[in-house]
Design a protein around this ligand. Sequence first.
Ligand SMILES: [Zn+2]
Length: 380
Amino acid sequence: MLSILTTACSETTPSQNPVTEKPSSENNKNQGTTATYEESQYSLKELFLEIGYNKPQENFAQEIVMSSDVPQSVADEWVEIQTSLNSIIGSYNRYIMLITTTNEYSQEIFDRLSEVGWEKELSIVDGHLIGAGCLTGSGTHSDPPDPYNLCIMNYEFIKWPHETKQANEPIAVRKAIIYHGWAHEYFHRYQTAHTLDRDLGTSKDCCGLRNPVESPAWYVEGAAIIFPDLWLRYYWKEFSAFEGLSFENVAVEGMELDRVYAQTKREMNGLEPESRCDAFTADEEMRDTARCNWGIFIAYLAYLTSYQTVWVSIMEDMNTLGFDASFEKHIGMTKEEAYKSYNDFMILENPSGNFEPPEGFFPEGPITDYVDFLSIESGV
Ligand SMILES: [Zn+2]
């Protein structure tokens, strides 16, 4: 199921996605379950409802498992960040963060992975657990499903994400990149919660998804890109790693949203020679044909409607209606109409115009002031 969450991030919007989401081959071996599913659609959905897959929990419902030589401070830090995310998005179960080092210190990781149905070889080679990814899954297509969302990262990556080592980036920047990535991945957990027994993604995605909701790549990733941008832009000052620092010390990824907006607008007006995005079209629905910034398109939809609409209402009806019908119901336009509306908005007749977002385009303040994630009632 989670393979579809994966390729887009690293391939189409690399600067906005700190965590490389590697495709999982989890689905391949289970394509045969489709027939079973068709016959027992109701009970499968019931199963997801029964395990509380789409229900925000009262407690801190996630877990972290680390190789024994990873300092406890890493777990403490993750709990701090996850607590913030839970207080906004809600606390969803069956989400496990695993942080690895070497085989010698990783028995606990191997044991936990075995327990949750991980079927790949339990071995760390050149610093990477075989088949590791964030986000990846286990048990999602087993019969019956026993789904877990796993974020498997190696400790070296936590310390030095992406090219930060070569650039010798300060620790605050590195931590901001990781926090942004954790938020992005956890947002995907929230999304998969509400598609329940149906897979997030499209029937054109790899590899035999189960009754996919036909959600375009720009929606799945765009929603999960703009979330950590808005979240970290406001909440960074609450995190202990950034005590005494300024926004400028911490700003990574898309936290400087006005700048990202201006960049996107320049691209769409042909003012950035490197850019291949001259209009937002159906090409953005698939990862391999996409060229545009998805986060800003989602922000535009939220500007027209609300973040409650874009993040919650559309997700709420996704399982029962599928993506297109849910989108039209809540946005009041078809996808194609929305692309045209966005292009009309962004592409200027005279491209020497204004590249600042209009007043109120990006909301300020706590996300809980403008979105009630906990109000969601999916699968009813
Ligand atoms: Zn993603």
